[in-house]
Design a protein. Structure first.
Length: 480
């Protein structure tokens, strides 16, 4: 009986201690980090455990903080400033719409004085704390305590994870606990075992820049939003980051403008924008819809006054083509010559430092094809690129090229395979047989059918190559 009474008083003391603790130290849930999509993901409770109810909003939920809601839905964009990249696979960013909030948060943290801070020393897992880094304070969440006198801490507003000494952790104010975490994790919807650009190149390209992230789904572990990331490069061209990682310089090579024609006065390093800025009548089409879609009013009719019928290289059209070989031809970038098009350029002119050609009654800028290997008797392939909307200055001031060169040059278009299979082509995914098939068999001078799937900026055609039997080249590569 006495033993039972002793046990009763012991339990009562523990209950009173627990009540006192709850009065002064709110209960913390342990660390969790969850990405949820409205109507698709399952909801979670305050401990991060899944409950059988669909999520009420698209958000990032971190333990012991309000949620960060994302103003987007599946297959829609959200605009993000990249703050941190880990291993070329994990992209952390903040909502660009929260820029003013982030500025206010930074000001609040910069006003924190060390003398006013109380040390946490031994924080709970999942506890939100102030972290002192050099002379600055940032917000952090304790993930693990598996090393002596340090905590693995996630910095909730930048996406960095670091090992922090216990003496660098301080009690955070209630005001800062009302602000949601600002950084969230994004993964690209692509398999990338060996990206074709370096870590440094990727960081220079996207860190501290605004990207458009198209949401697809949530990662298997529930921590990241998975989707596509679209960026705008220094030349103002819109690029899919996935393609840059998979294809490296082959994909970005189209932003370079090597000259086709070379004389002592020909400077290939000059920018065509600078060269043509004073000639307002020379303009380039950048709508990315059709490679051949414009003609001047003066050239809409032939000598008999009848409209000239042009076959447009446009989305949904079919062509017969041959492959123009280059040293680094691959599924991500190769060149095609269309047999249905004109045999030669109708006219060639040099204007400033560039060569322009009239192809199928349309004026285009022409470029050298890098690492050209295709050998034809008395001929040379050049890339057909920008369309000129108007060309008064070209016709008035341009120097006409002799007929001999005009007869030697043949038109080729930069192309890439359309990704009709579940996963895009990359050198780490497919067998050596598939690579050999593309390099050896596709290189052969055979005629095949081409379907234009879409036209990208920079005048790169995304195409489907149809093999005998109506099978696509890409599907064939997937099976090897």
């Amino acid at each position: 009986m006495l033993r039972n009474v002793g046990t009763f008083f012991h339990l009562s003391s523990m209950e009173r201690f627990t009540r006192n603790e709850r009065t002064f130290h709110p209960t913390h849930s342990e660390f969790y980090f969850k990405a949820l999509i409205k109507g698709i993901s399952y909801e979670i409770d305050s401990q991060g455990e899944t409950i059988k109810r669909l999520a009420s909003c698209t958000r990032l939920q971190i333990c012991n903080l309000p949620p960060l809601e994302l103003p987007t839905a599946v297959d829609n964009f959200v605009y993000v400033r990249i703050t941190n990249i880990e291993g070329m696979k994990k992209f952390f960013g903040t909502l660009e719409r929260n820029r003013l909030l982030l500025n206010d948060l930074e000001k609040i943290l910069s006003d924190v004085k060390l003398a006013d801070c109380k040390s946490v020393f031994d924080p709970a897992l999942g506890e939100i704390v102030l972290v002192k880094i050099d002379e600055k304070f940032v917000r952090g969440c304790v993930m693990y305590k598996t090393h002596f006198m340090t905590c693995t801490t996630y910095l909730i507003d930048s996406g960095l994870t670091m090992e922090v000494g216990l003496d660098q952790l301080y009690v955070i104010g209630e005001e800062l606990l009302k602000i949601p975490p600002q950084a969230f994790l994004m993964l690209l919807d692509v398999d990338i075992e060996k990206p074709l650009i370096s870590n440094d190149e990727l960081n220079r390209m996207v860190k501290d820049t605004i990207v458009a992230f198209r949401l697809k789904y949530v990662s298997e572990n529930g921590e990241a939003f998975v989707g596509e990331m679209i960026i705008q490069n220094q030349n103002g061209e819109i690029c899919d980051l996935k393609n840059i990682l998979l294809e490296g310089t082959d994909y970005t090579k189209q932003t370079q403008d090597p000259s086709v024609y070379s004389t002592s006065n020909w400077d290939a390093t000059q920018s065509h924008k600078d060269d043509l800025s004073e000639h307002s009548s020379v303009d380039f089409d950048e709508d990315g819809q059709s490679v051949i879609s414009y003609s001047s009013d003066s050239e809409k009719s032939d000598e008999n006054g009848e409209c000239i019928q042009k076959r447009l290289i446009s989305v949904g059209s079919y062509w017969r083509a041959i492959h123009v070989s280059t040293k680094n031809s691959g599924p991500g970038l190769f060149y095609l010559h269309f047999l249905d098009g004109p045999a030669n350029f109708e006219d060639l002119r040099i204007f400033s430092t560039f060569l322009f050609g009239k192809y199928n009654n349309i004026w285009h800028k022409l470029l050298e094809i890098p690492d050209f290997q295709h050998d034809i008797k008395d001929g040379k392939f050049v890339q057909v690129k920008n369309i000129m909307r108007s060309y008064g200055a070209l016709l008035y001031s341009g120097k006409q090229v002799d007929a001999e060169l005009r007869n030697r040059l043949k038109a080729a278009f930069a192309c890439r395979l359309a990704y009709s299979a579940p996963k895009p082509f990359n050198d780490n995914r497919y067998s050596s047989e598939a690579k050999s098939y593309f390099i050896e068999k596709f290189m052969a001078n055979q005629t095949f059918d081409v379907y234009i799937v879409r036209i990208l900026r920079g005048y790169i055609l995304e195409v489907e190559i149809l093999l005998p039997g109506e099978k696509s080249l890409f599907d064939q590569l997937c099976e090897l």
